[in-house]
Structure formats: structure tokens, C-alpha cells
Design a protein around this ligand. Structure first.
Ligand SMILES: Nc1ncnc2c1ncn2[C@@H]1O[C@H](COP(=O)(O)OP(=O)(O)OP(=O)(O)O)[C@@H](O)[C@H]1O
Ligand SMILES: [Mg+2]
Length: 255
């Protein structure tokens, strides 16, 4: 968050929106973005979606498991991919490094322009982050810097398993330090482990995150055992979960 990037003139129409940041990679940002998008659409909201940077993009025609393609197919099938996902890199490493390996660099102003163009066509915009909030996008800019540039409140997606209290608090601390408005924490149950210890860990993790966060805590979204085989059906189930009703209310009231 060091560099100040020149801003083009805003032209967006979207009156509500969220940046869905993760406490880590693989916490369920895509799942949460997709389920929230469907839930908002069910209430009549015209939702736009963006995955500004994706790394480790699937090769050999496996685009169906790419975050950006999944989100587009589910929420905005006619969206221009260059706007929805301006940067995609094959290397499964942090974005700044993945860009370097592709002999290019990520321009935050290009992301902002794409965002504003999409926002001109939708009432509400959902932007999925990449990794955690301090992940480097360039040598001098990180995900926090991007969130600030887009001027979106942040919804932190976090796990419910052991370690999540620390990850969640560190993420909230980073966002507060960057003066980014925090819409809340969305907890997501990503593990199939139903052992007694796992249940105890989940219950206590959720309780402590609620106690210590100082922001609204939503969820946890329930674990969907069929997610790997039936992604879209599982997303539809999560979109109907009571958790999403609360998140939708929060988004609609923020407009
Ligand atoms: N509620 C859930 N129930 C079952 N599986 C889930 C759930 N949420 C996430 N998963 C699974 O966990 C994995 C990570 O989810 P997802 O891809 O949404 O994470 P992410 O934070 O977007 O990851 P990335 O950092 O790669 O963008 C996926 O395989 C997904 O299917
Ligand atoms: Mg993702």
C-alpha cells in the first residue's frame, strides 16, 4: 500500500458492492462470491462479478474449474472476460511473481477501469480477491491497495477450523490499518472432518471469532459434501442458506 495510483474519472452505476477477501487461499472466496451472487439475484438484484487476478489458471482446456469462468458462467454468462478477469496467469504462485514469470506486471488502474465499466451495467458488484489481503500484486502494491482503489467495503471469508481465529484477527487488523471499511466476516465450513475434536474446534473457533472481531460475523456456511462433484447445485444450496439471507440484507441495506 505504498504507491498512489492515478484514478480515472468514476463512471460507475453500482450502488452496492463488496470485495470478498480471504484470510488465506482456499478458504471459500469463490464459493461465497458465487452463493452470494445467486442469493442477491434471487431478490431481484442485477449482480455483476469480477475476479481481477487469478493465478494457477487451469491448463489443457480445464477452464471450467477456473474461478473467473465459474463465476461468469453462473452469474454473468455474457460478461466480457477481459473485464471480468483482466489478469490470469498459469503459474500457481503469488500474483506479483506470477505476472513476472509471464513477463508482465499488474496495473491496478487497468483493474479499476474494468471494474468501473462492469459497475456501469450492474446494481451491485461482487469482487473476489486473490489470496489474503497482504498478498503482493506488484512490488509496491498489495490486495489492500486494490480494495482501497475500488472503494468497496470488505467481507472477510474465513474458515472455521483451528487457526482461523488468528488468521481472521490478523486480516481484520490489516484492513483496519489500511482504513478499509469492513462489512463483516463470513465463516465457511470447508472441512469434511466430523470428529469430536473437529466439532469442538469449529464451535470454539466460531465463538471466539464472534467475541473478538468487532464486526458482524455471518455463518458458518455449512459444509457441502457434494461440492466437488456438483459445484453448481451445492452453490444453489448455499445461496438458500439462512447465512446468505443475512448477508443479502446487509448488502441491500448498504446501498
Ligand atoms: N461450504 C463448503 N462445503 C464444501 N466444500 C467447500 C465449501 N466451501 C469451499 N469448499 C471447497 O473448498 C475449496 C476452496 O474453495 P474456493 O475455491 O471457493 O476457495 P478460494 O478462497 O476461492 O480459493 P482461491 O484462493 O484459490 O481463490 C474448493 O474445492 C471448494 O469446493
Ligand atoms: Mg477462488
Amino acid at each position: 500500500m505504498v504507491k498512489t495510483t492515478a484514478r480515472p474519472t468514476p463512471r460507475s452505476r453500482a450502488t452496492t458492492g463488496l470485495f470478498l477477501a480471504g484470510t488465506d487461499t482456499n478458504v471459500g472466496k469463490t464459493v461465497a462470491t458465487a452463493a452470494l451472487g445467486i442469493a442477491l439475484r434471487r431478490t431481484g438484484v442485477n449482480v455483476g462479478v469480477m475476479k481481477p487476478v487469478e493465478t494457477g489458471t487451469p491448463q489443457n482446456g480445464m477452464v471450467s474449474v477456473s474461478d473467473a469462468y465459474r463465476l461468469r458462467e453462473l452469474l454473468t454468462p455474457h460478461a466480457n472476460m477481459a473485464l471480468l478477469n483482466p489478469y490470469r496467469f498459469p503459474a500457481p504462485v503469488a500474483p506479483a511473481e506470477a505476472a513476472r514469470l509471464s513477463h508482465t506486471r499488474i496495473e491496478l488502474t487497468a483493474i479499476l477501469e474494468a471494474y468501473q465499466t462492469l459497475a456501469g451495467h450492474h446494481e451491485s458488484m461482487l469482487v473476489e480477491g486473490v489470496g489474503g489481503v497482504l498478498v503482493p500484486l506488484t512490488h509496491t502494491e498489495d490486495v489492500c491497495r486494490l480494495i482501497k482503489l475500488l472503494e468497496l467495503p470488505c467481507l472477510v471469508v474465513s474458515r472455521t477450523s483451528l487457526g482461523a481465529i488468528n488468521h481472521t484477527r490478523l486480516t481484520l487488523m490489516g484492513l483496519r490499518q489500511a482504513d478499509i471499511p469492513i462489512a463483516g466476516v463470513l465463516l465457511n465450513h470447508t472441512s469434511a472432518d466430523a470428529s469430536r475434536d473437529a466439532q469442538l474446534q469449529t464451535e470454539s473457533t466460531v465463538a471466539w471469532i464472534r467475541r473478538l472481531s468487532g464486526v458482524p460475523v455471518f455463518g458458518p456456511l455449512p459444509f457441502q459434501a457434494d461440492m466437488a462433484r456438483h459445484w453448481e447445485a451445492s452453490i444453489n444450496v448455499l445461496a438458500g442458506d439462512v447465512t446468505m439471507r443475512d448477508v443479502v440484507t446487509m448488502v441491500r441495506e448498504s446501498g
